[in-house]
Write a protein that binds this ligand. Sequence first.
Ligand SMILES: NC(=O)c1ccc[n+]([C@@H]2O[C@H](COP(=O)([O-])OP(=O)(O)OC[C@H]3O[C@@H](n4cnc5c(N)ncnc54)[C@H](O)[C@@H]3O)[C@@H](O)[C@H]2O)c1
Length: 386
Amino acid sequence: MSQPTRVGIIGLGQRGLQHLSALWKLQSEGVVKIAALIDAFEDNLNEAKIQEYVDGFQIDGIHTATDFGATLAEQSLDAIYFALPPGVHKGEIIQAANAGVHIFAEKPMSLYLNEAIDMGRAIKENGVISTVGFQQRYDARYEAVQEFLADKQPVMSTSIVNGSLEGHSTKHTKTETLGGPANRVWTANYEWSGATVVEGGIHQTDLMRYWFGDIAWVEASYVHRDAADVVDGGDNPYAYSVRYGFACGCIANLILSRLRRTYYSDGYESVLWTHGHLKFEGNDVVAYYYDGPYPPAETPSVESVRHTLPTGPRVDPTEQISRSFLKAIETGDSGQLRSTFASSMNSLAAVLGANVSDQLNGERVYLSDLLTDAKYDRYRQKPSNR
Ligand SMILES: NC(=O)c1ccc[n+]([C@@H]2O[C@H](COP(=O)([O-])OP(=O)(O)OC[C@H]3O[C@@H](n4cnc5c(N)ncnc54)[C@H](O)[C@@H]3O)[C@@H](O)[C@H]2O)c1
């Protein structure tokens, strides 16, 4: 039997701990060996702290470190999970790829397109396996939508998420020591999160891509927060209206908000294809369409056009994406991965493109231009102070 894949995780915060939980389970199955845990802050590597998030966790034999480069050089890791805030990368993914280590990168892979392009280049040139944390592609309900739409022509999708600013969780990065928000809620801060479309909306964006294929252009307008209404660095816009145009001809609306003092959130998700309407109702995925002889003698009842889609068994998508990543490493075959680094670049360009469009007063931004055209040079750069 082959040796279990030796993995490391960098960033033992909210997401890194979720990955560790899944990997802890997979380790008990002999699929993986957790070999190294790395975090800039020593107390995030404390066994007792980790045990609060990972049932039964023991640090026995696991290398812990604050120094990424030394760990990479000494620990002969096969794969590393990168769960860092997206603006703090300092070449770690590129170093790992150059060392032949397979890459699990959390979304968004970077806040800066040039940096993400460089990461993708290193992954490609070194031929390492990669995936990006779009685990929703492994969720049975979203898989059902993908299969159902495969032979249909989607025309419009709408995804609305109204969240509250206080609904963000407190993170584990000690942002107060790094010039960031004093309350560690970096997801509410534009400079740290890239705003809500980039930090959260990238999940809805990537799901749309899972169903409809690549995005060709984006137009976006935001309502920015009043400077007088910023508390604890939570300066992200109040409201976001984003429109995507897909290569297949479909259009999509992504509507997000993050208000303070509301303590209320809700959402709505719908997909229209040429002859029907698909919605999420509770835990059900429901498609409304008429499939009898046309035209019908009488207007069909709502019940007769309502079809609940069969969905597979519910799985933990975070565990499932890891299984898929580890399988790809074991077999050397990336074919079953639903989000490689390269394929995920379109999702990243779409959300960063939304910010660019907003800055250009809602101008349509074609993603192929955004990635290469000199006109967008300054929007691709990582600022020198980051
Ligand atoms: N796929 C998902 O569903 C999902 C869910 C949550 C977060 N995320 C993503 O995961 C990433 C991490 O987010 P989080 O919620 O875990 O944040 P977090 O702040 O809770 O955790 C980040 C961890 O990284 C450590 N860290 C920060 N800078 C570092 C550096 N330079 N070197 C080493 N360690 C460093 C911090 O100490 C902290 O423990 C983000 O990109 C976020 O968008 C994805």
